[in-house]
Design a protein around this ligand. Structure first.
Ligand SMILES: [Zn+2]
Ligand SMILES: [Zn+2]
Length: 388
């Protein structure tokens, strides 16, 4: 199992990608997409299981020979935005678009399944295809895990990938250790007491807590955390007050924290709670902090990633591999799987000349050569990991 997809297989996968692209579905609503995925897997003589983690699809290829079980995870959902890219297969659904390229991931996953099923007589172990919903809301991975997607058969090692419009098509990117950031959401709710603005002593002004909270957050970053530790701690939304002449009785601040180290996230949460407690005393308000970890940092398993990279280099040629110099401060719910099993996560170059190099933008564009490269790389890596 070393050959790339042939031109007929590639053409078919491009058609599938464009079909999904034109009919994007948001988190946990990937019904039509799951239909397409399941139909293709069934054509490969697999027995896809539907409705895993609500709209996910899982199928297992068992070679019947000893070896490990390698999972291949693919995300399927689109984003709640409009598409402006000038392509004939543009989204036909207002307010939904594949501007993160999960349509491309579906084609890559089906391509890898095609290669592994075609080469099964020369392979060992088992391959478990996990087509996951709701990555963009960072909910789908946990839904799949809770539905048992990592068990029966137990996944020994899991592969994932994401297209990268910042990297030339044909290249495969990787990073050892932490490659993507955690994502936490926090809500700080400050309560005071309303009163007549002309008589400040008649109330407790909740707005007085906002400046020390904002400067305190910046001080945590500046004074408590080492400058070489990547960390984003920012408030993106503040809402409070009822009228210009009423003392503000409630203000809510919402923000996000991104880091590459889960221990640091715990430290930040504790620091934020301490800050809120201090500010509440100073301003006579009550302050409640809600903190939710939406995804941990994505940390690759060194042995699994090295094995995958060796296989990719062997099958796709020396020079396709591109080490990523910096981790991404973006998040991936693939990180939840990494909490349970060893993982290797790859970037699949998808940059096209003169086109947008950004994900989550209305003019997102993918060089479809990424499908062939991605499928070949994922299949080669999976085969090697299963035989290890
Ligand atoms: Zn995305
Ligand atoms: Zn994505």
């Amino acid at each position: 199992m070393t050959a790339p997809l042939d031109s007929a297989q590639l053409e078919r996968l491009v058609r599938i990608r464009r079909d999904i692209h034109g009919h994007p579905e948001l988190a946990f609503a990937e019904h039509r997409t799951a239909d397409i995925v399941a139909r293709h897997l069934a054509e490969l003589r697999l027995e896809p299981l539907r409705g895993v983690g609500r709209t996910g699809v899982v199928a297992v290829l068992d070679t019947g020979r000893p070896g490990r079980t390698v999972g291949l995870r693919v995300d399927m959902d689109a984003l709640p935005m409009d598409e402006t890219a000038d392509v004939p297969f543009r989204s036909t659904v207002p307010g939904a678009a594949h501007t993160c390229g999960h349509d491309v991931h579906c084609a890559i996953g089906l391509g890898a399944a095609t290669l592994l099923c075609g080469g099964r007589d020369a392979l060992r172990g088992r391959f478990k295809f996990l087509f996951q919903p709701a990555e963009e809301t960072l909910e789908g991975a946990l839904a799949m895990i809770e539905a048992g997607a990592l068990e029966t058969p137990h996944v020994d090692v899991l592969l994932g990938c994401h297209n990268s419009p910042q990297m030339e098509a044909g290249r495969i990117g990787y990073r050892h250790g932490a490659s993507m950031a955690s994502s936490s959401a926090f809500v700080i709710r400050v309560r005071g007491a309303a009163g007549h603005a002309a008589h400040p002593r008649s109330g407790v002004d909740a707005l007085q807590a906002v400046p020390p909270l904002l400067s305190g957050l910046n001080a945590i970053r500046a004074k408590e955390i080492s400058p070489d530790q990547p960390l984003i701690l920012s408030v993106g939304r503040i809402e409070g007050g009822r009228a210009r002449n009423v003392i503000c009785d409630e203000v809510v601040l919402e923000g996000t924290c991104r880091a590459l180290d889960d221990a640091l996230v715990e430290e930040i949460e504790a620091a934020l709670r301490r800050l809120a407690h201090g500010v509440s005393i100073a301003t006579r308000t009550t302050i409640e902090v809600q903190w939710r970890n939406l995804a941990p940092a994505l940390v690759n398993d060194r042995a699994a990633l090295d094995r995958a990279l060796q296989a990719i280099e062997r099958h796709l040629g020396a020079g396709v591999l591109t080490p990523l110099e910096t981790p991404s401060m973006g998040s991936e719910d693939f990180a939840w799987y990494a909490r349970r099993v060893p993982v290797a996560h790859l970037r699949i170059g998808s940059k096209a000349p003169g086109r947008s190099t950004q994900l989550h933008r209305s003019d997102y564009f993918c060089d479809e050569r990424a499908i062939g490269t991605g499928a070949h790389a994922m299949a080669a890596a999976a085969a090697a990991l299963a035989a290890t």
